[in-house]
Design a protein around this ligand. Structure first.
Ligand SMILES: [Zn+2]
Length: 281
């Protein structure tokens, strides 16, 4: 399995994680809809099992070699949130199917999975594989032709594909080539990460990882109990941006709160788009 049977081209180290995810879907005739990664393990003769790896859930999963010499995927039993478990399995399938990922028995930690901002290339590649494998670009782009990104879209796509709201929001926004928008995870008064569409970055320069969260953001005010989740607020541009067009004054922000984790997910977009903004390089 490791030097994958799905295609004769997998030995090419220049191919992308997305390519391998599509190859596995194609090899197994999975089409472009929702899939169950547990069933994929069975189809690829990879043993799947769960184990106690500590209640913190920090050690999320690993690719292992079983006693019988088969490839196996182990996932921390303490991961109770099904979408997170599914993404972890898909992430480990990425390690199994990307030829340059040769290390077995190394734990993948929760902070590197789904966050899309791991400092480790191999973990980012496994996440890229998992994102394409669970939410194919082709299917997401079809959705975006019918409706622009919104919290409502993220929720419906997440429900349909069995993915988390956070990973779905990142996936949809990163493929939104016609809509200036971004999603931001914040906690402890700081920005954990920000994923923006290409048009968003062409128009403005947003805050990034580690930046202090302005008290003017809806995220900070929701955390302080001054504003509500799931309401679209209009906030000053300087709350979220370092640079913006001179005639832009406000930005829309809708917040989903995750009280258990002390974090918020903000969706940012603009009420009106001046076509001239999109022409700026
Ligand atoms: Zn990993």
């Amino acid at each position: 399995m490791r030097r994958n049977r799905t295609t004769s081209r997998v030995g090419d180290k220049n191919l992308s994680p997305t390519f391998y995810a599509r190859e596995v879907r194609s090899h197994l005739n999975l089409g472009w809809g929702p899939i169950n990664p547990r069933h994929v393990c069975d189809a690829l003769a990879i043993r799947y099992f769960e184990d106690d790896l500590g209640a913190s859930g920090n050690e999320a999963g690993a690719l292992v070699c079983t006693e019988s010499g088969r490839l196996g995927i182990v996932v921390n039993r303490s991961i109770l949130y099904a979408p997170r478990r599914r993404f972890t399995i898909a992430h480990e399938l990425g390690h199994a199917c990307i030829p340059t990922h040769s290390d077995l028995e190394k734990w993948c930690v929760a902070g590197d999975i789904e966050a899309f901002r791991s400092d480790r290339i191999i973990e980012r590649e496994a996440n890229e594989f998992a994102a394409e494998f669970l939410m194919p670009e082709r299917t997401v782009r079809e959705r975006l032709k019918r409706e622009p990104p919104s919290i409502d879209v993220f929720t419906r796509v997440a429900d349909e594909f069995g993915t988390s709201l956070t990973s779905t929001a990142c996936r949809v926004v990163s493929l939104a080539d016609h809509d200036p928008c971004a999603v931001v995870l914040s906690s402890g008064g700081h920005v954990n990460w920000l994923v923006a569409s290409r048009p968003f970055r062409r128009i403005v320069d947003p805050l990034g990882k580690g930046d202090t969260l302005s008290s003017e953001t809806a995220a900070a005010r929701v955390m302080a109990g001054e504003m509500f989740s799931n309401v679209i607020y209009v906030v000053p541009v300087e709350a979220w941006l370092r640079r913006w067009p001179s005639n832009m004054n406000t930005i829309n922000e809708q917040v989903i709160q995750f009280p258990r984790f002390g974090s918020t997910l903000s969706f940012l977009d603009f009420s009106t788009i001046d076509d001239d903004w999109l022409d700026v390089d």
